[in-house]
Design a protein around this ligand. Structure first.
Ligand SMILES: Cc1cc2nc3c(=O)[nH]c(=O)nc-3n(C[C@H](O)[C@H](O)[C@H](O)COP(=O)(O)O)c2cc1C
Length: 191
């Protein structure tokens, strides 16, 4: 069975292997219940048979939107490889256990930032944030940084994946995978 998530995994590994900066960055589009779209980059943290996982603040705009409208889309682009991957599907907030595992794997500075900076909230200035960070760092000392209650992992369960590969003759390869009962239907699209 030709599995698009396995193929996406191979492309990611090749992008990392080629030393591309932000190889795991994907542009994630969400939409409000009324259909108003918004998009931003997030970093893919895990890819397996169940889908694509990223981590984020659970109070932010993207999670508010995907809670009211779980349909999302995400796009990767690896310029020097001439490749784009598009994913569409349903997003769900994953379990606490996965959030804690992925939080523990973050560098300490990222962990502290997740506590000190309330993503998306208006701030007076950067100094106030820096003070908050330093205070927290001193309070925790050498101890571990706990995973914030409202920080988590989101899984995208795809039902449509398109792998686009540039060709010198402009006949770029667009391979579309659509989820069907028990597997994937693969077709080729005109570029
Ligand atoms: C390369 C790159 C990777 C990023 N990765 C993440 C990420 O994994 N999670 C996240 O919450 N924000 C990430 N951000 C910040 C988001 O783009 C965005 O500013 C933030 O999540 C707030 O989005 P929202 O207000 O729509 O929820 C990243 C930004 C860049 C430029």
């Amino acid at each position: 069975m030709d599995d698009p998530l396995e193929r996406l995994g191979d492309w990611l590994a090749q992008a990392r292997g080629a030393g591309l900066a932000d190889a795991a960055a994907m542009c994630l589009a969400t939409a409000s219940a009324s259909g108003s779209p918004s998009a931003r980059l997030v970093s893919l943290k895990r890819l397996d048979r169940r889908g694509l996982v990223f981590t984020t603040a659970l109070w932010g705009r993207k999670v508010a939107e995907l809670r009211e409208n779980p349909r999302v889309a995400a796009t990767f682009y690896w310029q020097s490889l001439g490749r784009q991957a598009r994913v569409e599907g349903r997003a769900e907030v994953a379990g606490r256990e996965l959030a804690e595992e992925l939080f523990a794997a973050r560098p300490r500075s990222h962990q502290l930032q997740a506590h000190a900076s309330r993503q998306g909230e208006e701030v007076e200035n950067v100094e106030a944030l820096r003070e908050r960070l330093e205070r927290l760092d001193a309070e925790l000392g050498e101890g571990p940084v706990p995973c914030p209650e409202d920080w988590g992992a989101v899984r995208i369960v795809p039902d449509r994946v398109e792998l686009w590969e540039e060709a010198e003759d402009r006949l770029h390869r667009r391979t579309l995978f659509e989820a069907v009962a028990g597997g994937w239907r693969r077709t080729l699209l005109a570029p």
